[in-house]
Write a protein that binds this ligand. Sequence first.
Ligand code: NAP
Length: 268
Amino acid sequence: MAGRLEGRVAVITGGASGIGRATAARFAAEGARVVIADLSEARAQETLSEVRAAGSEALFVKTDTSVLAENEALADAAIAAFGTVDILVAAAGVSNARYISGEVVEGPADRTAGFIINKPVEYWEKVLAVNLTGVMYTDRAIARRMVDLGIKGSIINISSAASKVPLPGAADYCVSKAGVWMLTKVLAVELAGHGIRVNAIGPGYIDTPMTAGASGDEARRRQMVSTMPLGRMGEAEDVANTALFLASDESSFFTGEILFPDGGMFTG
Ligand code: NAP
């Protein structure tokens, strides 16, 4: 039986790790060829291996998504390699300005240091540059090629449950993710006439390198899990499966929507 993404090409930013990596593997298993865009080629190697093990083709394009020209080069490289881009998953992101994936960076002992009245402005600027402006740059670069080539594609932006929940000390992250949600809705309306759908995903707490610092602490892990009635951390695959639905024709009447794989966080 043909895969649900047979013959399609997907660009996945943040594809070297966590949610992006799981999405690349899931899409490859459904027949998509995959372009991985991330900062580190070394860490992208494992994703490339997973995609090839699933019997598909993968390309790595070193990209800092917060730099406009690098998104343009990414889009050109994808088209040059595969002739099309049908799907974009914009998953590159940082949890805070000092975040380095896979490394446990201890936050300041005093959590009020992250409050707006205390936070260094450069920290705010860094998070917004990657999580919001970077997503806009990638969406723009890929959407322009889709329009020019007449591709009826699907764009999926990774927002967060934090787009709805105010997290003290993380205003930059929350605002960036709320911005991604609104960016998604505006783009959905702007691109609908071209047959391009734009949706977002707002995950709850997911076990990835991004949450490893917090979830490694038993008390903090319990606190995170307590916000989700299903009683567990999400897996990157939970988000990958949501992205697969939004990428596939099964979601053909969805645009401007956000789906929350969050273990029931917003039921109450
Ligand atoms: P992750 O494992 O840290 O993956 C994020 C990837 O993005 C890393 O490979 C990182 O590269 C890359 N990246 C960071 N800045 C970049 C830039 N400027 N250009 C290109 N790539 C960049 O984290 P994750 O949990 O999979 O997060 C993926 C997305 O889901 C993020 O947008 C995150 O905010 C969102 N999200 C995560 C959760 C969660 O609980 N994990 C919940 C809600 C939303 P480096 O490691 O080299 O910096």
